[in-house]
Design a protein around this ligand. Sequence first.
Ligand SMILES: Nc1ncnc2c1ncn2[C@@H]1O[C@H](COP(=O)(O)OP(=O)(O)OP(=O)(O)O)[C@@H](O)[C@H]1O
Ligand SMILES: [Mg+2]
Length: 534
Amino acid sequence: MTTRKTEVTPVDGTPLKRMFWSIISDYDLQTGLCELIDNAIDLWTSNDRKKPLTIAVSLDVDRQLISVHDNSGGVPKQDLRLLIAPGGSRNDPNAEIIGIFGVGGKRAGIALGEKVEIKTRFKKEGSFQLDITPEWLSSTDWELAAYHIPDIPPGTTQVEVSHLRKPFPEQAIKDLSAHFGETYAWFLKQGCTIKVNGKAVTPHNFDRWAFPPGFAPQSGSFSIDLGQEGTLAVEIIGGLIRDRNPEEENYGVYVYCNHRLVIKELKTRDVGYFVTSEAGVPHPDASLCRVIVRLQGPAKLMPWNSSKSGINVGHAVFQQIRPPLIRLVSHYSSLSRRLKNNWDDSVFAHQTGTIGSLPSADILTGRRLNLPPLPRVNKPHIEDLKARNKTQLKNKPWTLGLVEAIAAVGVISRQRLDTRNRIALILLDSNFEIALKEFVVHRNDLFPSQQFNDAKIRELFQKRHEVIKAVSAKVRIPAVLLDKISHYYGLRNKLIHERATVEITNTDVANYQATIEKILSKLFDLKFPRHEEP
Ligand SMILES: Nc1ncnc2c1ncn2[C@@H]1O[C@H](COP(=O)(O)OP(=O)(O)OP(=O)(O)O)[C@@H](O)[C@H]1O
Ligand SMILES: [Mg+2]
């Protein structure tokens, strides 16, 4: 047994070509082409975006060819290896750019097609060409032939991909334009032009906020200090949106890193969805909530995945953003739900306003964001009901109990009681019986006391169907209401008389409540907020 550390023949750590197999998996057309666009944009950024940048993407559906041409500056002869050597990069990891891993361009080209031809010309120097072929990819040799070629325009790079690994359909062209417009919106406004088959891409931003009075979007900025590693500036903004498209899932969380969109419409547990006390299950009712996160700083600190098509949720930076992010997602999802009965008037109509700002100290602690209180849920509550029925309550004080019982049903329905629906049903049914009694007793004009003396009334109230009959004889109550009452009375009786307990659903309660409210309106002219039909 060796007890000391002694040196033996060194082990050869040269990578094998097989490594390309792993780094080209998970790449699709969009991800791949974005890597090539990222590279042109990075060089443009490194040169302070002095000259306008044009990136021309061409997709030939018939011949299944892809090309990306850019005039960002080209690659000098001595740097050609950066275009093929995994890990090769000229980028400063501390710069506010996109490229950091030294693999994107290689990965993308090889993932898209079996043959990749790269032509490049740095300034007005010579023009060169590299051909990545299946032969090179399968050989053990890492050396690749480089060619001096007739001049291409100065400062340009041209990548041509053929023998595609996956064919693309016509529709892909339109989708790509939209994707580039979203991903590079900021750059497109800074003098960069991206063309897809000759047509310039239009930038698309997601800051399409609505400004409901009292519920404007809120934004906050803070920085994440990672000590010697550096600092990241974070801007986070949440609000309700005006551009909701029911065909798409265009809500949730959007993240930009150094101005480049990395992920949109994120609706996972990591950002607060699927947790009941947070944003809950993504649902159309909550779909006006959008939260945008913008990160600026050293590329090496960004919490993106290696293909920049998603967020690495385990990343220390993401962990710091997570608490305020979840608070905003939860808040605006809840607001969206609470206003759902009238989005047109309560949200979409408010097109302009000012974005509120949250103190950065609050955001950093994450727990207590000083967000405006949410509006009350649009369910009957007692003050509202009393205000609606002010005159009736003054003139017919015996209706107070009937109104308050309806409010109590609302209160019970919001409690975390497993059997709340059953309690609500019993209450509604009793409220109906009491309502009939109050009607008979107080409507002397219809039920004169000579005829309906105490003894008669006592006898009448022994039998519910007799009371219903007596009242229906004086007031026209639609049969559909009476049928529903009879149905729910049956359910209530089952609770009392039968061995097995029946299940009462939310819909049952909502339905019965609406029915009883209609009866109360008929008998006493009481008013209740309009509900959607259950
Ligand atoms: N179109 C281009 N124009 C000029 N230089 C380029 C171009 N494409 C690639 N390069 C050079 O090649 C290098 C490698 O690019 P590659 O995309 O593989 O890695 P990266 O951008 O540094 O990092 P990442 O893997 O994060 O994209 C770049 O750093 C850049 O110097
Ligand atoms: Mg790159």
